[in-house]
Ligand binder design. Sequence first.
Ligand code: CA
Length: 225
Amino acid sequence: MQILVVEDERAMADLLKRALQEEGHQVVLAGTGREGYEIARASQFDVIVLDVMLPGMDGVSVARRLREGRNQTPVLMLTARDTPSDIVVGLDSGADDYLTKPFSIGVLLARLRAVSRRGAIPRPPQLNCGELCLDPASRRVSRAGETLNLTPREYQLLELLLRNAGRAVSRESIIESVWGFNSEVTENTVEVFMRQLRLKVETREPKLIHTVRGYGYMLREPQES
Ligand code: CA
């Protein structure tokens, strides 16, 4: 693959370049956000490895500007911070995935493969319910045009409900899809997350998320009255 690495720390950049070249990839390095942005616009890459903390134009701004310019090259963001809001900002900006420093080269290579595969398929369509809108491509969620800041877990939960809009989703299948089969998560945890999600989503009338007693939850379009 042709890979653009945007990273200002020389040692890190050299390490990434060497590791990726050993895997047979072509690597171009950029040391600032501005340089990375210009190079990404000027030539075609299979994937961009983008550090968030860069002098001048930071990684989030680079990703956002590339997406605004209709550049859909898959972006794997490197972040030193791992608080959910930082990750959400990164993903909102159009990054396809992120990796928190420090990481192993093995994990980086696996993520790159996944991200570049995903980039080859067409961007998925937006999911809507009433005035609620979720864009899987940018991972932006909004209600009546206002962006909702969801954690990755809340996002997954809402995406599941949206994909099943108008259908009741059981707590069990929520656990399976959001936390995975072997998780220790209980139905109580689902309720806690659902409460958090509702606080963020149900900021205005009409109500969209409904409890299906003894079963689970359902997201549905407001009924005409
Ligand atoms: Ca940096």
